[in-house]
Design a protein around this ligand. Sequence first.
Ligand SMILES: Cc1ncc(COP(=O)(O)O)c(C=O)c1O
Length: 397
Amino acid sequence: MTAATSAPVGAPATVGNLKRTLMVPGPTALPPEVVEAGARPILYSRSPEFVAVWEDVVRRLGTVFQTEGDVLVFGASGTGAMSSAVANLAARGEKVLVASCGNFGDRWAKICADEGVEATLLEFEWGTPVDPAAVAEALEREPGIEVVFTTQSETSTGVVNDLPALRAAVGDRILVADAVSGLGVVDLPMDRWGVDVVVSGSQKGLMTPPGLAFVAANERAIARSAGLGPGGFYLDWERTRKGGSRSPFTPPVTLVCQLQAALELIDAEGLQNVFARHRVLGRMCRAAVKAMGLELLGPENPEANVVTAFRVPEGVDGKAIPAGMKARFGITIAGGQGKLSGRIARIGHCGYYDYRDIVTTIGALEIVLDGLGHPVELGAGLRAAQGVASEALGAAA
Ligand SMILES: Cc1ncc(COP(=O)(O)O)c(C=O)c1O
């Protein structure tokens, strides 16, 4: 054996990182049932077997979106659903409002620009939520706006917006919310709250690989889109609706079967229990981060349970935190996006995540931060996370 193939002798850089753990807000970890569904022989997309799967998936998606309205499924990433919402709900040259508090909110405005739709971009500081009062004022200043685009869970900052308050602020205009990262994580009863359109994707709370995009739309949104004419070819809502349980194009059959397995798991756990689990995970993570002497990005919100974002402490190289987590522990966390690049780090906990994932991540983060010169008492974050979990579990043995 040559020296080049032997491990160097001395202090190990890791204590074994054989296991890969994804703690980013998408794509997220897959449950074994979903992995297994992906390994099954493919079904013919026009066969009765697949049509039955499709119908079951659309029905179960309706439960997760908490809507009696239409749920449209596209072979696309989440951005495809966002693009379809702009193309189907706004005419070229029409004025709309985009209320953004981060990278994904800004994406609405970019899509509008591309579609020839005139978006007024109302921006809020990254890390803070959209202010409903400011939205109402902006709409008063600019008459003639009929559609407002915003974000439920702003993944770039961890912020979750107050959709009921935004619903009230936009009056009788159409409200479109991006729930790509929040669907199946943070409660969003769209019918009850009167959110007209919610868009999402498969690869976050829904525990399925990337590649499926969803649009849930109520009657008045569907009527508006039908009145405007085709919203492109592939992403046209009417064409997709008319296809019913036979998608007008070859659907990503395997992904749909995997999604069915994931939706069965959500159903078995119970949607409200899924939200409750995420509430505990979010609280554990926030408590741990604070106990490590780190500062959360923006004000704390008990419903912001998709991703925990914290500021990189003074004197620490922001990019070294995710790099150290990956290299030393095989744990992937996310850095900041856009103007927050290098300034924050983000721990995703949306989807197939539980107590163990948070404890492992926090335990590793303490060591990484310690190594990077941030003074942290080993165990402080872990204790805080355990405290939250223990309290949540109550006295039950
Ligand atoms: C809130 C939000 N909107 C939109 C997107 C874009 O989704 P995709 O990357 O699937 O196109 C993401 C993905 O991270 C997201 O988190």
